[in-house]
Design a protein around this ligand. Structure first.
Ligand code: C2E
Ligand code: MG
Ligand code: MG
Ligand code: MG
Length: 292
């Protein structure tokens, strides 16, 4: 607020910014260290469930940083600086490797559930990415179709050619693609005409407002319809209440993810949860849709 009081305070603003960038540099140095050790960067895992049967449709890997001095950091605290640094490639490989090792563990237990990994837009600018992913899949002996890469549409504004080629290569390998935060980007619909994807994830902001905003409800309904028309899966993000779950089921939304079902959990908890969900999954004999 001081910066508003007059020209003399510009210096205050600048030094704050310098402090922030010094802090980011420190953070990046610390990240380098974290990427070399094995216990600081951990994945939290959150299942998505089929709204008709309760079966798990997939599990999303969400990165957390157990920082030795700063405590637990969320992606919002460090992803942006990582994306703008030279460490993005190392970071991306690290997350993919951890996620695939988790999925390989499930496969050993007979759980054939896909794992979803969030990719930073900028990592799609690296033409080496598909080869690295192919290596990681081979190393962990995870079939390509069991990996889902979540990308956000905003990615896609610049350097379309490289990105399209990287995504097309990944897809030809059999890796699945999901559009994350669908509806919040600038070019969502154009994106779908350029790149074949497998899944749309309805952004949480629409799910939250569904009950009291006809506009938000219309966006969810339209996204579900679009997904059906294009033959894509659709997953609603950030479902927190039974009302939201039922409204989504009524709209024909296939799957949902959110605190109403599960909060993101540590890797050593997820196997048991998946096993239980698979055991308890209802056969889809009582359609939730009135017209079903
Ligand atoms: P996202 O991919 O859209 O992930 C959903 C976010 O919503 C996660 O936050 C998740 O913990 C949170 N969430 C899930 N269910 C609920 C709910 O019912 N209510 C509320 N309020 N929140 C819910 P998180 O883990 O903090 O991640 C934030 C974002 O950071 C992610 O958004 C994703 O874009 C990014 N991210 C996470 N992990 C990675 C990663 O490994 N690499 C990259 N590049 N980005 C990542
Ligand atoms: Mg995501
Ligand atoms: Mg999302
Ligand atoms: Mg979101």
């Amino acid at each position: 607020y001081q910066a508003k009081e007059g020209g003399g305070n510009v210096a205050v603003y600048d030094s704050a910014r310098d402090a922030a960038s010094t802090d980011q540099l420190a953070l990046l140095a610390e990240l380098r260290e974290a990427l070399e050790t094995d216990d600081q960067l951990v994945l939290a895992l959150q299942p998505a469930v089929d709204l008709a049967t309760g079966a798990p449709t997939g599990v999303e890997a969400l990165i957390r940083w157990r920082h030795p001095r700063r405590g637990w950091l969320s992606p919002h605290d460090f992803i942006r600086p990582v994306e703008n640094s030279e460490q993005l490639g190392t970071f991306t490989r690290y997350v993919l490797d951890k996620a695939l090792s988790v999925a390989a563990g499930w496969a050993r237990d007979g759980l054939e559930v896909p794992i979803s990994v969030n990719l930073s837009a900028r990592s799609l600018l690296d033409p080496r990415l598909p080869g690295e992913i192919a290596d990681a899949l081979r190393r962990h002996q995870v079939p390509a179709h069991r990996l889902v890469l979540e990308i956000t549409e905003t990615v896609v504004m610049s350097e379309l050619e490289v990105i399209d080629e990287v995504l097309a290569t990944l897809r030809s390998m059999g890796v699945q693609l999901a559009v994350d935060d669908f509806g919040t980007g600038f070019s969502s619909l154009t994106f779908l005409t350029r790149i074949a994807v497998d899944e749309l994830k309805v952004d949480r902001s629409f799910v939250i407002r569904m009950a009291d905003s006809p506009e938000a409800a219309a966006i969810v309904r339209t996204t579900v319809g679009l997904a059906h028309e294009l033959g894509l899966r659709v997953v609603a993000e950030g479902v927190e209440t039974a009302e939201q779950r039922m409204a989504l089921a009524e709209l024909g939304c296939g799957a949902a993810q959110g605190y109403h079902f599960f909060k993101p959990m540590p890797a050593d908890k997820i196997g048991a949860v998946l096993g239980q969900l698979l055991d308890e999954a209802r056969p889809n004999v009582f359609p939730l849709r009135a017209d079903g």
